[in-house]
Design a protein around this ligand. Structure first.
Ligand code: SF4
Length: 337
């Protein structure tokens, strides 16, 4: 009997950005070699009935022949088709006039664009000069072609003054009105992001509860469910159950450009590696995947959430977290040793 559905995201082309908050973690762009895409899918075919294949893990469409690439991703997928989601490359939108036509062809209705404030902070956090201006160019291009932009804004203590000005910028660009002309509301959402990957370094400047600018409160994602670190420490101090991430109906696997295999639970750090596709037998890798039997998950099962709080929680901290993000932060502290 074969296993439940699988999605494979392989880092075939890398990413033009080096975002300071990148939850996957920074890694070099590296060519995976000829035929890597087909070889990867062939490894899993005997074990899964349905395989969605994605040739990107970081930036979608970050290869010059993105049309042919999309067709190839569809052809390599087994028993199902890959999805477009609401993602695109703003790097490419700002450079390639035909790319927006491709997005229309593949029926992309909305595209998410990520800001960190105005020009200084956005350029700093994306890791490239010009990123902010590219995001504005991308916004205009999308609207001109009937595609809705959705602005995502990451907030911390360092960028909050600039971030507070983003709703006014959206008004100045008449985004609410222009989106309504396309039949939908303009969407802006603000959050602090998870505390893993590169964003793990921002724990010291994580936004404090009383410091969210008033202009951003209406846009703060799941604000009612967010808690301060102190509140979560009090809530979970005596929790005896462990926190163990778990696959849903569909297993999602990340393949790094050196063929390491990861779940999509958290960042791509050595402690989360399932194994290596070139070095480990595929049967054993699939067993680890389907039985969720990896050193990180075994370690997670062996420690209670209360113990993690007692070891790593700061009961005096008013840093703001979504509960799930804080659990992942605590577990990663533990796994880092
Ligand atoms: S957050 Fe996305 S765009 Fe930024 S560096 Fe990471 S993968 Fe690239």
């Amino acid at each position: 009997m074969k296993n439940k559905a699988l999605a494979i995201c392989a880092d075939l082309y890398g990413c033009p950005n080096r975002c300071l908050h990148c939850w996957l973690g920074h890694m070099p762009n590296r060519d995976m070699g000829p035929g890597a895409d087909e070889w990867i899918v062939e490894q899993f075919k005997p074990y899964f009935d349905e395989i969605e294949f994605y040739s990107w893990l970081r930036e979608p469409d970050f290869c010059p022949d993105y049309r042919a690439r999309w067709e190839r991703d569809k052809a390599l997928s087994v028993g199902c088709a890959p999805q477009r989601f609401e993602l695109a490359s703003f790097w490419r939108l700002a450079r390639d006039p035909d790319y927006v036509n491709f997005l229309k062809e593949v029926s992309v209705r909305r595209v998410q664009l990520t800001f960190f404030g105005l020009e200084p902070m956005t350029d700093k956090y994306v890791g490239r000069k010009g990123a902010f201006r590219e995001l504005l160019v991308a916004t205009e291009l999308l609207l001109d072609h009937g595609i809705l932009p959705r602005w995502q804004l990451f907030l911390n203590e360092e960028n909050r003054d600039e971030a507070a000005q983003i709703p006014a910028l959206a008004e100045k660009l008449e985004l609410p009105c222009r989106c309504r002309e396309l039949g939908e509301d303009f969407k802006l959402f603000v959050h602090a992001g998870s505390c893993e990957g590169e964003n793990r370094r921002h724990y010291p400047i994580r936004i404090r509860k009383g410091h969210i600018p008033e202009t951003l409160l209406p846009y703060f994602l799941n604000y009612a469910e967010n808690r301060t670190e102190a509140e979560l420490c009090a809530l979970w101090r005596d929790e005896t159950a462990p926190y163990v991430p778990h696959n849903g109906e569909r297993i999602v696997l990340y393949v790094s450009n050196d063929y390491d295999l990861y779940f999509n639970f958290t960042h791509l750090r050595p402690e989360w590696r399932i194994g290596n596709l070139k070095r480990d037998p595929i049967g054993e890798l699939v067993r680890r995947v389907t039985e969720e039997d990896t050193p990180a998950l075994r370690a997670a099962r062996a420690v209670s959430l209360g113990e993690l709080i007692r070891r790593y929680g700061d009961p005096a901290s008013d840093r703001l977290f979504e509960p799930e993000d804080y659990r992942a932060y605590l577990l990663n502290r533990y796994l880092e040793g």
